[in-house]
Ligand binder design. Structure first.
Ligand code: 13P
Ligand code: SF4
Length: 323
């Protein structure tokens, strides 16, 4: 049921301009485009983005943009959310294979059956899911607002929380609510090695461990701060600590280092000696593919209107509940 990493594909790039940054800038003006990027993207993409953020920030930007074209440098469910909010805009994703193991761990047919078995429950779904799952949900949340949203639901209302069991467990801890969890997870956040994090703590006794709530409990137990990517970035900037062991995708360290060049950021290592702490889906997007997507105005995100309309409602509820 759980997806493995996609193979890195070598794109057919054809001839590319010498200065991609300049060429992208020109296309941006010609198309009246906005580039929205997630913190897990390659540094070049982060540097050229008009807006950089976590899933909640990116959804808010997508909901409020005046651009005609949204170039989404992130993964499929993020670009899809932008399209759900903007049916009349062209939404481009540099590589359509940029999926998400967590979204894939919740197939619509199996989830529909699970939901039907619990008719008295409402469904709160983490935004890392497909449009089909959103369409079956009552409220969407992100790692920024999951606790805040669940706290607003009446105490006697049973809740299914999907698809991330780790974020779900964290929300249970924070709210004291009894959530019925779908057993999905992210291959990246479940790869961190508790043992190697403890070794790093011994080597760097002044370093604080900070972690994304998609990590498993043995890793979260060592964290002095747990939050969404934007929250981790803010914490690293404002904490008096000078060193951090960062238990999330290491792409975010580019921003941490930019905002506080004098601080020391250590990526939390994976269990094996591999670079599987990098999200293989996020990393499918490259500056070259972003340029080509703008030049060719594809790959484009499309979805059936009935799914879009059904998925829009719980996203709007989230935006209203997390003002
Ligand atoms: P954030 O919303 O915290 O940026 O998380 C997105 C994500 O995909 C984490 O793996
Ligand atoms: Fe999905 Fe995990 Fe990649 Fe985030 S890090 S986009 S949850 S696979």
């Amino acid at each position: 049921m759980f997806t493995t990493a996609p193979a890195r594909k070598t794109p057919t790039l054809g001839s590319l301009p010498n200065d991609l940054f300049d060429a992208i800038d020109i296309l941006k003006r010609e198309l009246n485009a906005v580039i929205l990027a997630h913190y897990y993207q390659d540094p070049d993409i982060q540097d050229i983005a008009d807006y950089l953020g976590d899933s909640l920030g990116l959804s808010r930007q997508a909901a409020g943009t005046n651009a005609d074209v949204i170039v989404f440098a992130g993964v499929h469910f993020m670009a899809e959310t932008a399209k759900i909010l903007n049916p009349d805009k062209l939404v481009l994703l540099p590589d359509l294979n940029a999926g998400c193991s967590l979204a894939d761990s919740c197939p619509p047919d199996a989830f529909a059956k699970f939901k039907a078995e619990h008719p008295d429950h409402i469904v709160v779904s983490y935004i890392n899911c497909s449009a089909e799952i959103k369409a079956m949900s009552d409220i969407i949340c992100t790692s920024s607002n999951a606790v805040q949203i669940v706290k607003q639901i009446p105490e006697d209302q049973p809740i299914i929380f999907a698809p991330d069991r780790n974020l779900g467990r964290y929300v249970i801890e924070q709210t004291g609510r009894d959530l019925l969890l779908w057993q999905g997870s992210c291959i990246v956040h479940e790869t961190f090695s508790e043992k190697r994090i403890v070794q790093l703590k011994i080597e760097h006794p002044d370093a604080e461990v900070i972690a994304h709530p998609e990590c498993e409990p043995p890793v979260l137990r060592h964290a002095s701060y747990i939050g969404s990517t934007t929250a981790l970035l803010k914490y690293a900037r404002t904490s008096p600590s000078q060193a951090f062991i960062v238990a999330t995708e290491p792409g975010i360290i580019h921003q941490m280092q930019k905002q506080t060049p004098h601080k020391h950021f250590i990526p939390a290592p994976a269990t094996n000696n591999c670079n599987c702490n990098e999200c293989p889906f996020m990393r499918l997007n490259t500056l070259e593919k972003l340029y080509l997507a703008m030049k060719n105005q594809q790959p484009e995100i499309t979805l059936p209107e009935h799914i879009r309309l059904a998925a829009l409602r719980p996203i709007q509820r989230m935006l209203e509940m997390s003002l």
